[in-house]
Structure formats: C-alpha cells, structure tokens
Design a protein. Sequence first.
Length: 401
Amino acid sequence: MDLKSNEPFWLVKNGLLASYPSLKADEECDVLIVGAGITGSLIAHQMIKDGYKTIIIDKREICNGSTSATTSMLQYEIDVPLHELKEKIGILGAVESYKACSKSIDDLKKIAVEIGSEAGFTKKSSLYFTNEKKDITYLYKEFEARNAAGFRVQWLDEKQIQDKYGLEHTLGGILSEQGASIDAFKFAHELLDFNFKKGLQIFDKTKMESVKYFKDFSEVATAGGCKIKTKRIIYCIGYESKELIKDNFVNLKSTFAIVSEMDDSNISKLSETLFWNTDEPYLYMRTTDDGRLLIGGGDEDFRNPEKRDRMIAKKEKETLKTLSKLLPEYEFYTDFTWAGTFGETKDGLPYIGTHKKFKNSYFVLGFGGNGITFSVTGMEMASHFMKNEEHPLTEFFKFER
C-alpha cells in the first residue's frame, strides 16, 4: 500500500517540539510580536537582545503556519534577477538588497552558533541554471551583473554542470559561493526556547481580535477576552497580512514540494549545492540533512486551500517528470508531498516598515523565495524602528513604494 503524507515534512520529522499556553490574563509589554513562525522568532530574538519586555502570540500552534511548509533554501538571490531589479529600483537599491540577503546568511550562521542550534544549518553553494536556449543570453547577463557587483560567482557550461552534478540537458548556469540550508521549523523552535529562558513570553492559540491605538501605546484584544497593552506591535504574519492590510501590495501563490526517501548514495553530488532554474515557475532542489532530496515548484495563483491541496498529486507527477530529464539515472521514491502558500511582490522585495494606517506598529513581511533571509534583515531594521532610527533599506522595502 502506497501511503504518503500530505503534511509538511518538517512537521512529521520533528514532531511536537514544544507547547506553550494560550493567554489567560491581561499583560503589558514593550513589544508585542504577532506571528510566532521563523520571522517572529528572529524578531523576538532581537527584541530580547535589545532589552525589551517582549510578548509573542500566534493564533495557531507555534511555527505551524508557513514555517512548517518552507523549503528553507537560504539564498542571497532574489526572485527578481539583479540586472532586472536595477531597472526597477536603481542600482543602489538592487545591489544593497542583494548584499543584505548575502549578509543574512552569515548572520544566521552566527545566530545558530550563539543558541547552540541543532537545526542543521549548512553552508552551500547555489546553482542557477537553464535548460532553455532562449534563456542563455538572459542568464549570462545576470552573471555579468552579479560579477560586476562583487558577488563570488562563476559561469559553468553544459559539460561542467554535467561533470560536477550529473545534471543533463542543462546549457549553462551561475554558480554562487553563498548559500545555505536549514530546518527552519526546528530553528524557530530553538530560538523561541532560547529566548523564553531569557524572559520572552510566548502564547500560542491566541488570536488577535482587535487593536485600539492611543498616542504612546496600543491595546490588543484577543479572541479569548484578554488584553495586551504594548508600546509597539511588530507584525510577522506573512501572506496573512492580506487579511489585515487592504492595499493591493502582494499576490498570493501556491507552491508544491516533494521529499524522497532517505538515500545518501544517490545524492552525494547534489548535497553541497542548492539548485534552481530559469523556468517560470522555476524548479528548486536541495538535499536534507538526513539524506533526502527535496524538490519543488509548480507555482500557481492561490485561490483557496482546498483547491491548492487537490493539485498536490498532479504537481508531484509534473515535478518528477522534469526531474527525470535532469537526472535520468536517479530513482526518486516519494516519501512526503505537500503544498504551501506564499506572497509574491512586484519587485521580489519584502515589505518591512511602518504603514500609515497602523499606529505604533511595524511590519516584517518577507515574501518570495527569500523570506527567511529577508527576516534576518528585518531584525536589524526592527531594532532601528524601536530606537526611532532610519535604516538604509527602509526606502526600498517600504509600503507604497
């Protein structure tokens, strides 16, 4: 009997790592963080480090939103290529955005060491490749843009890619030194536990019902009837921000992922590199720390969770067909399949900053394929916000840009 899980791999692999109470009494704090996934846990880490009395809440179990479904590919490459982003926002903003993502990977490594993480943070290279003749010129232009901006990249031709990775029918690609992978679900739990021991208050199954704004503080009412008085609110709610902010600022997409059975011997050539291609939507691929191959893509416009989940079997077949062309000798045995939802912005950049309709508040909304690295940058930006300081990237990540 062929039974496969439609639960995200990380949830099944890790099980219930921690459980926290719901809010049952009124509280006061300096900072209330709404959303306890990987973004919220990173922001909480920064707030505790900066000395603020901090509360974090989530309407679900901790980390059971998008964090449980992420593929945790840590790349400095933004969904919009550098040479195109320069045309959209200017060379300064484009290069600094890419550099911020690159720095975030190194910063994440430092945090992993600081908290004694066992979530498998591993530095890797990244290969952005094409198997379409029409994309070669486009891809080489991107290589030149990154090289000119000072990123450590090299161009690999078809033979070099095949010799190095065993990938067939590829025509060329950009190999970047900077990249990494991690189990973001476990890492977020580790961050929360580390800071819980330092005074962070954590409440799951606690839904924010409404907010009253006053001059120097806000009062949040929860669905359970409790209130939280806070000087600042930091929203880390990802694509669900569309329910809160009525502006047309992000498009929701569904993405699909598959994880193989454990088989170290078959993936040895792939284990030190992240892979993604120029297809639209693009295919992405990485190995896990327990010897599996994770592949995904097939993005579709999001309509509702039921329709998204009904497409899982179809997307699995399509993805494996593409994989068979790239790795015809590789026998992929599916162990887990799932679908997730993410936000896509017009320029591939996050929304990190204040919003005119939300007083005493700040948003850290990663979006796209760089949600985690953007969230690390968001730590620094949120720290500036709390001190009423401007951050160099504020202009490029702001709402209504």
